[in-house]
Design a protein around this ligand. Structure first.
Ligand code: CDP
Length: 201
């Protein structure tokens, strides 16, 4: 098979990761969680590093470890406003998208900036309350100290920063298909994404 790119964007904790993994498995595509790149840069900054230097020197090892904390998520959204950080991560994402055999990338700017010519663009969203509740259940398995109010505040603050930034703000591409998963199960959301992709193949 040749190139086929699926761009999946959306706000914090919308279920992009779950849907992307399932879609990649269904079609046999490779998957890149681009949020992990920003989280890895954020974690390096929390450890005292410079954001641009961190982005330029990112290695596969940096993507290991527990990057799925609220502290790292906030640090990620702070470094994500920096044009030089985004520029340093651009080529890796672009190359990944162009690989043979198909690729799914999920993030905030995949359909708008990284892959404006993607074969399929999905914008996965849900109400802030539903997203916070899902993320709370996920995080509280690992960290009993997290509260629902904390998680909602994190989600709302990141959405605001991600939407209002000048560089590659979070927004649906003009040709994206919006999937609101507020009242969908995971299986329903995945089925919807697979159906949309099938219409474009
Ligand atoms: O999993 P969740 O939706 O909570 O976040 P994530 O996808 O891991 O992304 C963490 C942060 O990285 C976001 O809040 C954005 O600020 C940033 N990000 C970005 O700016 N552009 C991307 N393509 C992906 C993530």
């Amino acid at each position: 098979m040749t190139r086929f790119t699926v761009a999946i964007d959306g706000p914090a904790a919308a279920g992009k990761g779950t849907i992307s993994k399932a879609v990649a498995a269904h079609f046999g595509f490779a998957h890149l969680d681009t949020g992990l790149l920003y989280r890895a840069v954020g974690a390096k900054v929390l450890a005292g590093g410079d954001p641009v230097a961190a982005a330029k020197s990112l290695s596969p090892d940096d993507l290991q470890g527990n990057l799925r904390t609220q502290e790292v998520a906030q640090a990620a959204s702070r470094v994500a406003v920096l044009p030089d950080v985004r520029a340093a991560l651009f080529e890796f994402q672009r190359d990944f998208a162009a690989r043979d055999g198909g690729a799914v990338l999920d993030g905030r700017d995949i359909g708008t900036v990284i892959c404006p010519d993607a074969d399929v663009k999905l914008f996965v969203t849900a109400s802030a309350e539903v997203r916070a509740e899902r993320r709370y259940l996920e995080l509280s398995e690992k960290d009993a100290k997290t509260t629902r109010a904390d998680v909602l505040a994190d989600v709302v603050a990141r959405d605001k920063r991600d939407t209002e930034r000048a560089e590659a703000p979070l927004k649906p591409a003009h040709d994206a298909v919006i999937i609101d998963t507020s009242e969908m199960s995971i299986a329903q959301a995945v089925a919807k994404a697979v159906a949309v992709i099938n219409t474009c193949r």
